[in-house]
Write a protein of this length. Sequence first.
Length: 270
Amino acid sequence: MLAVLQIGLAASAMTVPTSAPIESDPRVRAFAEAYAPLIDSVTYRDGDMVFTLGGRPIRFQDGRMLEEGRLDRSTDCDPIFYRYSLVPLTEPPTPEELPTYCTDVAESLWGRTEDEIRTHGRSATFLDHLVFVNRLLLGPLAAVERDLLDAAARDASVARWIEDLRITYSFITRDIAETRTQSYHGWGMAIDLVPTSYEGRQVYWRWSQVFDREGWHRIPIEQRWSPPQAVVAIFESQGFVWGGKWSHFDAIHFEYRPEILLYNRLIAGQ
């Protein structure tokens, strides 16, 4: 007996056996809610959830999100979902190995080649700086800018951060450092916001590793550069994770990953 599972899919038909435990997996729920407008359909097949994205079936595969015809790579890929702190950090995160992610979801939605990816990109301005991003980011970035300007009128630290913003990096084709995983910059889904000065503090794990190869991950939070907490909170409210909360920290990096925030809110009971 099949029943329709309602998990925030606006226009997609989703049928799963009501007894299937995977239907309540917070990762499944987070992904379905975060990308509902982009999901063609969701079905339950062979004990797994199958999301059809851009006409391609993507298997859940314990969070690895693999294209159905490429499941042989399951042992080479880590789940795309991870723990992310929903509150400001008070101490460095526990160090862990850099994961290897398969990028089947991004490839299905936005292409595998630069030409394909660029068709989904749009030029825009963000805080008077030109960016080229995936069109999916236009709304969230506009909302972030609106809220930042509103906060700047009340919070001097936010106003200073905006004034000190020197460079924005958005669409750049490259792999995540020391991995074989393409960066989200490669789909225009991330943005780096570079200030005029890091004020003598640590900002990026690889730069810190040059000076302290063994202890870079133990650098205290107060010795790391950070945007004001209000800035981080505004970005998170619109679906962006902040690289400063990663164990391999990247404090200028914001990445559009609403499914990560939704997943962590679900497991936190929020």
